[in-house]
Write a protein that binds this ligand. Structure first.
Ligand SMILES: Nc1ncnc2c1ncn2[C@@H]1O[C@H](COP(=O)(O)OP(=O)(O)OP(=O)(O)O)[C@@H](O)[C@H]1O
Length: 267
């Protein structure tokens, strides 16, 4: 299991654009340029890529990168099948052959050998050398590489090297402004706009604490979780604690302080 999935044939999921990111994606696609999405967790990057892939009518292979993910996981390997070894393409190779979009989520997490594979694919050569089979694949028309990473994590070892970073166009994602986040959360959870507005106000107060007490602000994903629980009948207080406070930190003292902030904002 390489964590990839294919969304070919599905309708475009709901995505509310924040700025001109759709135009930039479409321009990058049209010109065969790779795209890097930077931004905090849970702010809509994955949804955006799924939306754009559907809009452009391309199959999408998504790979959630982790620190054990190697070039072979992306390219493929020989596997034993019924007593014989057979080559099995990885998600990147499939995307290159089919002219699909390949989305590498949290690409900085992957092992170093992954960057080596990406370089010839992300310049005008657009080739994927497969050492194990001796093939050198030319990316099919429509192939596009999209990667994301979260520059907010305070891990100096996990930044992209300039030689990798400077091969991609880049778009920065931030938490949506309230006038965007409220309709997104209403749409995703079914909760009324008044209560969603309160949750979004609270989320923005909590985001203001990033860097002081908290490593990362509350994601839109968590606000959607809280609103979904409330729409399902849970009390505001309990849902906020479970979805917007507990996930932020394991430090009980900080959580107690955050609950005071909840009372101050929610009344
Ligand atoms: N602009 C948006 N339009 C529609 N839904 C959004 C938008 N922004 C955020 N969301 C909601 O937030 C949730 C989380 O977004 P998503 O999974 O795309 O985050 P992400 O930035 O890819 O996070 P990660 O880096 O952790 O994978 C989505 O499932 C969706 O409910």
């Amino acid at each position: 299991m390489d964590g990839s999935f294919n969304t070919r044939g599905t309708d475009a999921p709901f995505y509310l654009p924040q700025a001109d990111e759709c135009d930039i994606f479409a321009a990058a696609y049209a010109r065969n340029l790779p795209l890097l999405l930077k931004g905090p967790t849970g702010c809509g990057k994955t949804r955006f890529v799924a939306y754009m892939a559907a809009r452009l009518g391309r199959p999408l292979y998504t790979v959630a990168c982790h620190d054990d993910l190697s070039a072979a996981d992306l390219i493929g390997r020989y596997l034993l099948k019924g007593g014989e070894t057979a080559w099995v393409d990885g998600p990147l190779t499939r995307a290159v052959r089919e002219g699909a979009i390949c989305y590498l989520d949290e690409v900085v997490e992957a092992r170093k050998d992954v960057a080596v594979v990406l370089h010839p694919l992300t310049d005008d050569r657009r080739i994927l050398p497969i050492d194990r089979t001796g093939e050198e694949l030319q990316a099919a028309p429509g192939f596009m590489l999209v990667a994301s990473y979260n520059p907010g994590y305070q891990n100096i070892m996990k930044t992209l090297k300039p030689s990798t970073r400077q091969r991609f166009l880049s778009v920065e994602f931030t938490f949506p402004r309230p006038e965007h986040e409220i309709p997104v959360v209403v749409r995703e959870s079914g909760l009324d706009a008044d209560r969603v507005s309160l949750l979004v106000r609270l989320a923005n107060k909590l985001r203001g604490l990033k860097g002081q007490d908290l490593e990362e602000g509350v994601s839109t994903r968590l606000v959607v979780y809280a609103a979904t629980l409330i729409a399902g009948g849970m009390s505001m207080d309990r849902a906020i604690r479970a979805a917007m406070i507990e996930p932020l930190t394991d430090d009980a003292d900080i959580r107690a302080g955050l609950m005071d902030l909840v009372v101050a904002v929610m009344g």
